[in-house]
Design a protein around this ligand. Structure first.
Ligand code: SF4
Length: 349
């Protein structure tokens, strides 16, 4: 990508971003009501900043909406085809896993357990087995805990408020916001890694940090959110999709990006691209995650006549005995397996 060429052409990102920045001046000096208020000290700097972000975001939303309509992936929980429970399941499954990998698991899961009550009644072993290779299998048990609360305390109806959703087991800010926006069509800022990265790059020209969302990132997401509910849902979905498909962490495809002409990060020459990850990605081979996965896989794939994995077979799963024992103990602590007195293992009943 030739950033210099992009910035030097008349229609390049610098010009559009400059135009958007000019809106900030416009807000302060050409709207008589705002200008007067600023001079009277009624409107603080923060209000002017808010107007600048809103007008920049509106320009981005215009291009992004058209791109979404032509390019959004046809995932089975989108476009009003899933229940609110189905949307929640899709969000839990895709928290640590790419959405494209989630599709077959979600489809089989919803065929088998279409609502909270059905999942609540399922044997734990079946739930863990059905989670398959989605990773971080504790999520499966937390989802079943959530299903039990919804089935038993909410009449099998997923709550409709953010406060009630975040009170459910395993449901944090992101999942609750996503359900409020994508399932219920409410106006709420959804803040995940992809959205934070795109907003930071496009609106501020700065590479996003990893780790937890900062107050500044939350404020930016709130300011950028369109004011009417339907537009806010489109915004959340399309920004997230852009982050997944185009504006990726390490190799953003700026040449093919629908918002390139109003992206502050591209206009600035993409400073510090990919440098801000606070945690280097952990290699998988040899990690406890791999060993735990091997143990769970062995239990998921026991022959139908076997109910347990005997001690000798368990010990043959991994050559480092200390690591294997620690991983088996941690799986037991997490409720994902059961260790029997004779040293054999099984999935929980
Ligand atoms: S892909 Fe490039 S141009 Fe598009 S939002 Fe990301 S950094 Fe900006």
């Amino acid at each position: 990508m030739n950033d210099t060429r992009e910035r030097s052409t008349g229609n390049g990102p610098g010009n559009r971003v400059d135009a958007v920045r000019a809106d900030r001046t416009h807000v302060a000096s050409h709207d008589p009501s705002v200008s007067d208020a600023v001079h009277a000290g009624v409107v603080e700097h923060e209000d002017v900043e808010r107007g600048a972000v809103e007008s920049h975001a509106a320009a981005v939303a215009e291009s992004l909406g058209a791109w979404w309509r032509a390019n959004a992936r046809d995932l089975p929980w989108r476009f009003g085809r899933a229940t609110s429970w189905g949307v929640l399941v899709s969000e839990v499954m895709s928290q640590q896993t790419q959405m494209s990998r989630v599709v077959p698991y979600w489809t089989a899961w919803m065929d088998r357990w279409p609502d909270a009550r059905a999942l609540a009644a399922a044997p734990k072993a079946d739930v863990i087995t059905a989670w398959g290779r989605l990773g971080y299998p504790r999520r499966a048990l937390r989802l079943q805990e959530c299903a039990r609360v919804v089935a038993e305390s909410c009449g099998d109806v997923l709550p409709r408020t953010y406060e009630e959703l975040t009170a459910l087991p395993g449901i944090g800010d992101y999942t609750a916001s996503a359900v409020m926006s994508f399932a219920y069509g409410e106006r709420i800022a959804v803040i995940d890694t992809n959205i934070r990265r795109v907003l930071s790059r496009v609106l501020t020209g700065v590479e996003s940090r990893g780790g937890a969302a900062s107050p500044a990132e939350r404020a930016l997401a709130a300011r950028a959110l369109p004011r009417d509910a339907a537009s806010s849902v489109l915004w959340n979905q399309s920004v997230m999709e852009l982050g997944a498909l185009v504006c990726t962490a390490k190799a953003p495809a700026c040449d093919a990006c629908p918002v390139a002409d109003c992206c502050a990060f591209l206009a600035a020459g993409r400073p510090g691209l990919g440098e801000r990850r606070t945690r280097p990605r952990q290699r998988f081979a040899g990690t406890d995650r791999q060993v735990r996965g091997i143990v769970l896989d062995a239990l998921r794939h026991l022959p139908p006549e076997a109910t347990t994995l005997d001690r000798a077979a368990a010990r043959a799963l991994w050559k480092d005995r200390a690591q294997l024992d620690a991983c088996i103990a941690s799986l037991d602590d997490d409720g994902l397996i059961e260790m029997l007195p004779d040293g054999s293992l099984r999935l929980p009943r």
